[in-house]
Design a protein around this ligand. Structure first.
Ligand code: DX5
Ligand code: ZN
Length: 220
């Protein structure tokens, strides 16, 4: 199992965005987490395809696109064209998540499925065989800088058990409120892809990335 850091640019300094992204790439972050919000599925609005397209030209990181939007199936083609490599949709946002996942696959991309903190893990059962990654939200989606919700540990363990029981090597990503002092617990619970926004971009992104990578390397 690969252990991967996915810095979330939601917390970046946008006037120095390219520089800050490169600081994370140069220090070992293999994914770049790109949070798309529509103001309907979540209260806030972030950024979309044109920004992704520009970023794609400045980094070789895998574009990990987290769609916090209603009926994401409508935008899969647009994000595929803009340069997404992995598209994660929310189960709660879809009328037909099977169809949305199939559409991500049609474009040859990795597919991820996410659930919000109040959605039980059992709802993933019908989908886990169809996705490369499950994203457990450890905060209510919509904003960076929130506190990690502790019942997420239980949910991570349950998803890992669900994957193991089916002989699947599903990636488990966790997003929200992860810092150097709790990332070890998240990994111990069974996650292997760590999203961190504030913990990377508040302060010195290069140094913060290095410190996260030191911890992740111990799990290889
Ligand atoms: C929240 C986003 C997260 C956010 C995490 O809706 O999905 O990716 O950027 O931010 P931190 O790491 O600051 O909690
Ligand atoms: Zn996210």
């Amino acid at each position: 199992m690969k252990y991967i850091l996915a810095p979330s640019i939601l917390a970046a300094d946008f006037k120095r965005l390219g520089e800050e992204i490169n600081a994370t790439e140069d220090n070992g972050a293999e994914y770049l987490h790109f949070d798309v919000m529509d103001g309907i599925f979540v209260p806030s609005i972030s950024f979309g395809m044109p920004v992704l397209k520009s970023i794609k030209r400045c980094t070789n990181q895998l574009m990990d696109t987290h769609l916090m939007i209603t009926e994401p199936i409508r935008y899969i083609e647009a994000f595929a064209d803009a340069g997404a490599d992995l598209i994660t949709i929310h189960l709660e946002a879809c009328k037909d998540a099977h169809a949305a996942i199939a559409k991500i696959r049609e474009y040859g991309l990795k597919a991820g499925l996410s659930i919000k903190p109040d959605t039980p893990v059992s709802e993933l059962e019908d989908y886990i065989e169809e996705v490369d990654m499950v994203l457990i939200m450890s905060v209510y989606p919509g904003f960076g800088g929130q506190k990690f919700i502790d019942n997420s540990f239980e949910k991570i363990r349950a998803v890992r058990a669900m994957a193991d029981a089916r002989g699947l090597e599903t990636d488990i990503q966790v997003d929200g409120g992860i810092y150097l002092d709790n990332v070890g617990q998240v990994l111990n619970a069974g996650a292997n892809i760590i999203v961190a926004g504030s913990a990377i971009f508040k302060g010195e992104p290069a140094e913060n990335t290095k410190q996260f990578m030191e911890i992740l390397k111990k799990y290889e």
